[in-house]
Design a protein around this ligand. Sequence first.
Ligand code: GUN
Length: 300
Amino acid sequence: MSATLIDGKAFAAMIRGKVADHVARLKKEQELTPGLAVILVGEDPASQVYVRSKGKQTTEVGMNSFEHKLAANTSEAELLALIQQLNANPEVHGILVQLPLPDHLDEDLVINSIDPAKDVDGFHISNVGLLGTGQKSMVPCTPLGCLMMLRDHHGSLSGMNAVVIGRSNIVGKPMAQLLLGESCTVTVAHSRTKDLADVVRRADIVVAAVGRPEMVPGDWIKPGATVIDVGINRIEAPEKGEGKTRLVGDCHYTSCAEVAGAITPVPGGVGPMTIACLLANTLTAACRANGLPEPDGLTV
Ligand code: GUN
């Protein structure tokens, strides 16, 4: 079998189009421009790339983008003061603090100081609790993007066996909650899981989010299963020339694609969906803050 390719790049472009249309209507009919504030502390190169891309895509859909770049030695008090200011600013509907933070800053304290209604990452403990109890919340962007693609491909996910590999707060845990909410039978596997291959072989849906290049081989995949590869790992690619690199996922693409029914590629799968869902969450937050109806099909 050769798997159907789930095209996250095209899906994300469609979401951005829907967001842009809705933003245009809000501006015209409500004189409301949704705004996203992104805070970057320090000079981590990968984070700088993400933040630039977030800012660019935010303005492309017609929203206001507020970028706050702080020095690596910024104190916790300074960072918390900035977050309080953004919490109080009615032009800011979404606040994102780029992770990881430098070691001297308490990540939990910082995230939990964001107004939960503006927490477009869905990382605040209130949003985590709301999601876990099936209540309306802000849903973390990467798992939200994965769920949108799964729903689009399958329709109902009810009764399916889903295995999430990875138990991070950013992807693994919220992904498991979302799949439970879809009435899947969910297993969360991680680095201490015994007989991981056998666990994965039982899955109709595999979501791999461990950050280990090509860890899942094709012979772990149940024939016809859907593989959602969240990993983005840069590895050496001597075949492309000296010092060259390439991006791979947590799944070994070619062998998994031979067995799976559907698969997301890396790059061009989950990656582009994350920022598209961030824009969707910012729009949702702006609508909620102003008592307006939420956009259709952009949240769960
Ligand atoms: N760092 C890596 N992924 C994310 C994310 O989804 N949100 C934030 N804030 N930081 C990240």
